[in-house]
Unconditional design. Structure first.
Lengths: 112, 123
C-alpha cells in the first residue's frame, strides 16, 4: 500500500490552522472492520511519536488541537491552532494491509 | 516509565555484520509484538521487520530479507536485529518500536518508539 502525503512542506503562522492530507493506494479498512491509520510526529533530532491511531483517536497527552479524520483511502490531520512545539515532520502510516507496514513521505511543518 | 533503548550501532564496512539490541523497561517484551523501523539520514521511515510475542513468526521487508534476522531474549527483556551483508543503503537510524500486545487490538501498535541507534555502512 502506497501512502501519499500532501503537502510535503507546510509553512504556518503561529495560531493559524494547518491541515495535512494522506491518501492510500487502496482502502485501509481491515477485514476486521477497523482502519489502522496512524499519525506520527517527529521533532527535530527526536524519534517519532504517535499522535493519533485508528484514524481519529488521540494518544494520551496529545493536545486536543490535533484531530484526525477520514475513511477508506483519504485521511486528514488537522491542527486547529499551530504552536511553536508543533514544528517537525508528520507521517501517516498504515497497519491494515501488511507486510509491509508503510509510511507516507512526511510533511515538514515550519513556522512562518 | 515505559521506554525502549537501542544500542549496538556504529560504523561498519560494506559486507560486514552488526547486531543491534533493544531493551525494554516498564513492560515485558514477551507480551508484545515488536518491530524495527529505520530512517536513512534526511529521509522518511521504512519498516524493517516484525516479530510476534513468542518469536514464532517473523517477517521482513524485501530490502532486508535473507540478510537481517530479528530475535528476542525474553529472560533479559531484549530484542535484537542481526544484520549481515551490510550495504551502503542500510545506513540509517534504527528504531525499536512496540507493536500490539498479544491477544489485543492492533490499534495499540506503534505507541512506543526508542531513541534509535545509528548504523553507518561505508568503506
Amino acid at each position: 500500500v502506497v501512502m501519499t502525503q500532501s503537502p510535503l512542506s507546510l509553512p504556518v503562522t503561529l495560531g493559524q490552522p494547518a491541515s495535512i492530507s494522506c491518501r492510500s493506494s487502496q482502502s485501509l479498512v481491515h477485514s476486521d472492520g477497523n482502519t489502522y491509520l496512524n499519525w506520527l510526529h517527529q521533532r527535530p533530532g527526536q524519534s517519532p511519536r504517535r499522535l493519533i491511531y485508528a484514524v481519529s483517536i488521540r494518544d494520551s497527552g496529545v493536545p486536543d488541537r490535533f484531530s484526525g479524520s477520514g475513511s477508506g483511502t483519504h485521511f486528514t490531520l488537522k491542527i486547529s491552532r499551530v504552536e511553536a512545539e508543533d514544528v517537525g515532520i508528520y507521517y501517516c502510516m498504515q497497519g491494515s494491509h501488511w507486510p509491509p507496514i508503510t509510511f507516507g513521505q512526511g510533511t515538514r511543518l515550519e513556522i512562518k | 516509565e515505559v521506554q525502549l533503548v537501542e544500542s549496538g550501532g556504529g560504523f561498519i564496512q560494506p559486507g560486514g555484520s552488526l547486531r543491534l539490541s533493544c531493551t525494554a523497561s516498564g513492560f515485558t517484551l514477551r507480551n508484545y509484538w515488536m518491530h524495527w523501523v529505520r530512517q536513512a539520514p534526511g529521509k522518511g521511515l521504512e519498516w524493517v521487520s516484525r516479530m510476534n510475542s513468542d518469536g514464532s513468526y517473523k517477517i521482513y521487508a524485501d530490502s532486508v530479507k535473507g540478510r537481517f534476522t530479528i530475535s528476542g531474549d525474553s529472560a533479559k527483556n531484549f530484542l535484537y536485529l542481526h544484520m549481515t551483508s551490510l550495504r551502503a543503503e542500510d545506513t540509517a537510524t534504527y528504531y525499536c518500536v512496540r507493536g500490539r500486545a498479544e491477544y489485543s487490538s492492533p490499534m495499540g501498535a506503534f505507541d512506543i518508539w526508542g531513541r534509535g541507534t545509528m548504523v553507518t555502512v561505508s568503506s
